[in-house]
Design a protein around this ligand. Structure first.
Ligand code: GDP
Ligand code: MG
Length: 162
């Protein structure tokens, strides 16, 4: 069985950037504005000896009406389909109410969840992480999806049980 990893989080935290890195593609559109990915998107992930399926999602905004509501329900479906969930937050912006809402959902679901603090390139990692310990989802995984920093060890950890 090939394990399935879902990438969830609010828009603009770097989910599609990580998806592209894991699938070595440029398929997922990366944008400076939120909400470009509306449906969930599947890719073949490969990293070191790991083979897996990765699901990119549009994001959960916490203000779910219209398009946002569709994106959120796509994210919830991706979580259902996943063996492991990577919950991405933005290390440059600190904790956001939408992050807390997503965390509440993930805490109630039984899925193994990894709290991934992205965009930690060129900033003080300890300061970037400090805000997120209170989320209460266990260890924090600092990465920079755009540069690959921390990605290997994150995937090694998330896929260790498989
Ligand atoms: P998504 O909406 O969660 O899919 O986020 P995107 O992957 O589209 O990225 C949103 C923005 O964050 C883009 O401008 C990316 O270039 C930027 N970004 C993504 N990963 C990183 C990173 O590791 N470091 C920095 N500095 N910017 C990043
Ligand atoms: Mg995206």
């Amino acid at each position: 069985m090939i394990p399935v990893i879902a990438l969830v989080g609010r828009p603009n935290v770097g989910k599609s950037t990580l998806f592209n890195r894991l699938t070595k593609s440029r398929d997922a559109l990366v944008a400076d504005y939120p909400g470009l990915t509306r449906d969930r998107k599947y890719g073949d992930g490969k990293l070191g000896e790991h083979d897996f399926i990765v699901i990119d999602t549009g994001g959960i905004t916490g203000d779910e009406q219209g398009i946002d509501e569709k994106m959120a329900s796509q994210s919830l479906q991706a979580i259902e389909e996943a063996d492991a969930v990577l919950f991405l937050v933005d290390g440059r912006h600190g904790l956001n109410p939408a992050d807390e809402m997503i965390a509440n959902h993930l805490r109630r679901s039984s899925k193994p969840t990894y709290l991934v603090v992205n965009k930690t390139d060129g900033i003080n990692e300890d300061i970037a992480l400090a805000d997120f310990y209170s989320v209460g989802l266990g260890s924090l995984y600092p990465i920079a999806a755009a540069h690959g920093k921390g990605v290997r060890s994150l995937i090694d950890t998330a896929l260790a049980p498989f």
